[in-house]
Design a binder for this molecule. Structure first.
Ligand code: UD1
Ligand code: CA
Length: 454
């Protein structure tokens, strides 16, 4: 059965007090609308239609080709919003799922169940409801004595008796498409606000004696919508708990989930331990058996097995297996550390490859460099890679020993097995197995070649 979602995202979100359209505000690192789109994808078969209005340009640009968009201008209510998709979808889909762009916690599985319910329903509507003591401004679900749904009444038009009803309209529906297009044209214009309410379709169906299936949801948290930044922070906290729980159930240890901030989409291997105050952002992937944190910020970084990252900041980096860094290390874009690399405190690496077994214990800056395996970078070493205009490359061979406080003035090549003395300023290429010392460095003696280390 062809099933298409219509996601409503045209409202202004006035109460957010923001220049950013509401649905583009992030939780767990991704815009609200991204979360809604994820849930939709699990329950529908066709490309979704997103109704845009306020901030249409930014929202459309964000969605790219993940959705079709239709413009609702002016915004005359949720029923009017769905009507805007009629021209695009009429005759092209059997079922229509409607949900709101500001409900990021609604799960794909919940919408899936909703679609299944509608497939079995002889009537035209299935909808989600929740029983709650705090109504949060939601519409009330009015049932007849036999339990069948009669109407949804919005809070501000509800009678005192209706206000006491604890069953609320969540804002997730599955419609029989043929019935819906016709019914939308029959919705009365609300006399108070001049809007067309999608929720009035429920009363239309009930009046025609058609069945409306209302499924009561168990997880209240899923129904949290975002109208203010207070709600945004509630959603953030709920989503963080959900993401952390999934990782823990997948075999990741968290010492303190409440202070562990992991964005949607981050991958973590089994038996890795995440220590408190750790932030994992973007496209970050961490292998098995590592220890991450405390106090680490990691973005768009790939980390292999058995790595230890203590109190460090990593961005756009790639660490192979058993890398050990920190405390207070910084890896920037293009830093690539091979197996068993050790990097201690106050080091910075950018656009460089440190091959297997490189050791860089203290206070160094390595930029635009390639460093061969098992080379030792002494404390305070700097690749002087920038001449004020251009960046230059440094090549360092394997089994090299760079003495403390060496300045490597790029472009520069240092051969395998070479050594530099403490405080050397190296301005010329150094052949293999050669020691340079002094300022500027000069060759003083040829070294005996030694057996290669493994
Ligand atoms: C709506 C429901 C209410 C339900 C609540 C759950 C209606 C009439 N009421 O109320 O029963 O309990 O959600 O959260 O549907 N939008 C448009 N175009 C418009 C108006 C709204 O695209 O002309 C979009 C908004 O951007 C938003 C969604 O529809 O994403 C819901 O609109 P909102 O005004 O927040 O409705 P509620 O008052 O929350
Ligand atoms: Ca709302």
């Amino acid at each position: 059965m062809k099933t298409t979602a219509i996601l409503l995202a045209a409202g202004q979100g006035i109460r957010m007090k923001s220049s950013l359209p509401k649905v583009l505000h992030p939780i767990a690192g991704k815009p609200l609308i991204w979360h809604a789109m994820q849930a939709i994808q699990k329950s529908t078969t066709e490309k979704p239609v997103v109704v845009v209005g306020h901030g249409a340009r930014e929202v459309t640009q964000y969605l790219g080709d993940s959705a079709q968009t239709v413009l609702q201008e002016p915004q005359l209510g949720t029923g009017h919003a769905v009507m805007q998709a009629e021209a695009l979808l009429k005759g092209k889909t059997d079922l229509v799922v409607v949900c709101y762009g500001d409900m990021p916690l609604l799960r794909g599985e919940t919408l899936q169940k909703l679609v299944e319910t509608q497939k079995k329903n002889k009537g035209p509507i299935s909808m989600l409801t929740v029983i709650a003591n705090d109504p949060r401004g939601f519409g009330r679900v009015i049932r007849r004595l036999d339990g069948s749904v009669e109407a949804i009444v919005e809070e501000y038009v509800a009678t005192a008796e209706q206000l006491l009803v604890k069953e609320l309209n969540v804002g997730g529906y599955c419609f029989d498409a043929g019935w819906l297009w016709d019914a939308l044209h029959r919705i009365p214009r609300n006399p108070k606000k001049g809007e067309y309410y999608l929720t009035d379709t429920v009363e239309l169906a009930a009046k025609d004696g058609l069945s409306v299936q209302a499924t009561i949801m168990e997880d209240m948290e899923e129904t949290i919508g975002v109208n203010t930044r207070v709600h945004l922070s509630e959603c953030e906290a709920a989503m963080r708990r959900r993401i952390n729980q999934e990782h823990m159930l997948g075999g990741v240890t968290m010492i303190d989930p409440a202070s562990t901030y992991i964005e949607a989409g981050v991958v973590i291997g089994m038996d890795t331990i995440i220590m408190p105050n750790t932030f994992l952002h973007g496209k970050t992937e961490i292998g098995e058996g590592g220890v991450i944190g405390p106090n680490s910020i990691i973005r768009d970084t790939k980390i292999g097995k058995g790595c230890k990252i203590l109190a460090s900041v990593l961005e756009g980096a790639w660490l192979e297996d058993h890398v050990d860094i920190g405390p207070f290390a910084r890896l920037r874009k293009g830093a690539h550390l091979g197996n068993h690399v050790h990097m201690g405190n106050f080091g910075e690496v950018k656009d460089s490859y440190l091959a297997d077994g490189v050791k860089m214990g203290h206070f160094s800056y390595i930029g635009n460099a390639q460093i061969g395996s098992n080379t030792n970078i002494g404390a305070g070493t700097i690749t002087c890679n920038y001449d004020g205009e251009k960046k230059h490359a440094t090549q360092i061979g394997q089994d090299v020993f760079i003495g403390s406080d060496t300045m490597l003035v790029a472009p520069l090549t240092i051969g395998d097995g070479a050594r530099t003395g403490a405080g050397a300023i190296v301005t010329k290429n150094v052949p293999a197995d050669t020691l340079v010392v002094g300022m500027p460095a000069r060759a003083i003696k040829k070294l005996q070649p030694k057996a290669p280390t493994k």
